[in-house]
Design a protein around this ligand. Structure first.
Ligand code: FE2
Length: 373
């Protein structure tokens, strides 16, 4: 399988986009997840039954909160609410600058239409925190506000207000979010979301996927195993979505605390991928990609016999790519130095047969004439 990450079908994947945005949002900011889940439930009540216009609005809500959470993660959980409908004294404006930066990044990413992104950037969401001073007034406001004109308001407003009040008063729906009918679309969308947060991490994941696919061609894997490997490799660092930008791009050495925080990305990635039904094996590979054969890895310190072949392939491809490309804290190493490290310092940590196969691939790649030759 080769993931085509330069194009994404716009129609027919709206439900998948909403669900995946919400799945990631739940990991990044439970508070924002709660707000968005209630806002989506309100839209469905306003619409009477899900239709295209209400689902467009729900995509806007989901994307708005995701962009805000990715851009301003350190502050978003402190924000009690952002308000369009609340009274002026209750309104807490979003830090627009961060949100606009994230929205501008999103505009270069095809999974979301430009109308949805622009609307998501401009949306000031419904305040739904428990701190809202007058929740009944808010429910009435939503039920009668002109901004909802495009939604069919066939409900009597008193009945609608009571339904909205019930949604605002109840905990958000946190059932497993499915991917619709196309798990690969969910995988690609997750990769796009990672690219919004950290472009260099997303590109690293693409390169690791290509290396893993080249290794799988040598290893005699089945088609199903190759598909699993491709999905896991593309998402192996998706847990970094939840880490602060400053940590991901730090040029100097990490402190002990920073290293510990960085290490959380393996478990977080496992949790995010697990949200997509049918991708349990991929989720486990994502969660184990920093385990090492000598037990020195994380998060569990597993030994080689507990690390499956597909994970060992991703790990070797990951380490090779990390060392052979520049990072904020060091320059890229030439292949000779990289393989020297893999075969000496890291010899007990990596599967030596996979390292040998990778070396063959790299050597033959360099020997092959390029298109410009
Ligand atoms: Fe990683």
């Amino acid at each position: 399988m080769v993931f085509e990450t330069t194009a994404f079908p716009d129609d027919g994947h709206r439900q998948a986009r909403i669900r995946i945005c919400m799945a990631v949002l739940r990991q990044v900011s439970p508070h924002r997840f709660s707000i968005a889940a209630r806002a989506i439930a309100i839209t469905r009540v306003l619409a009477g039954k899900p239709d295209n216009s209400s689902e467009i609005y729900n995509e806007i809500i989901a994307l708005h909160h995701l962009l805000a959470a990715l851009g301003i993660r350190n502050h978003c959980d402190e924000m009690r609410h952002d308000s369009r409908f609340g009274t002026p004294h209750a309104a807490t404006p979003l830090p627009r600058h961060s949100l606009e930066i994230m929205a501008d990044k999103a505009l270069t990413h095809p999974p979301f239409s430009s109308e949805v992104i622009v609307a998501a950037r401009d949306l000031m969401a419904v305040p739904t925190s428990e701190g809202c001073p007058d929740i009944s007034a808010l429910a009435n406001e939503i039920a009668t506000n002109q901004d909802f004109d495009f939604i069919d308001k066939s409900w009597p407003s008193s009945s609608m207000a009571s339904k909205i009040f019930a949604i605002l008063s109840s905990p958000p729906d946190t059932r497993t979010i499915d991917h619709g009918d196309d798990p690969d679309a969910a995988v690609i969308l997750l990769w796009y979301i990672l690219r919004l947060k950290s472009p260099h991490t997303a590109v690293h994941c693409q390169r690791v996927t290509r290396l893993a696919m080249a290794l799988s061609a040598e290893g005699g894997l089945t088609t199903g195993q190759r598909d699993t490997l491709a999905r896991a490799a593309l998402l192996h660092d998706v847990g970094k979505i939840t880490l602060p930008e400053a940590l991901l791009s730090k040029a100097g050495n990490l402190t002990f605390e920073e290293r510990e925080e960085l290490r959380t990305h393996a478990d977080t990635g496992r949790s995010i991928v697990k949200c997509i039904p049918g991708l349990c094996e991929e989720a486990e590979i994502v969660g184990r990609h920093h385990e090492k054969c000598d037990g020195s890895g994380y998060p569990q310190g597993l030994g080689c016999k507990d690390i499956d072949l597909l994970t060992r392939i991703v790990t070797v491809a990951d380490v090779y790519d990390a060392l052979s490309h520049a990072r904020p804290y060091r320059a890229a190493l030439p292949d000779a130095s990289v393989f020297n490290i893999l075969n000496t310092e890291m010899a007990d940590q990596l599967d030596s047969s996979i390292v040998a196969a990778l070396r063959e691939i790299v050597v033959s790649d360099h020997a092959a004439p390029s298109a410009s030759d």
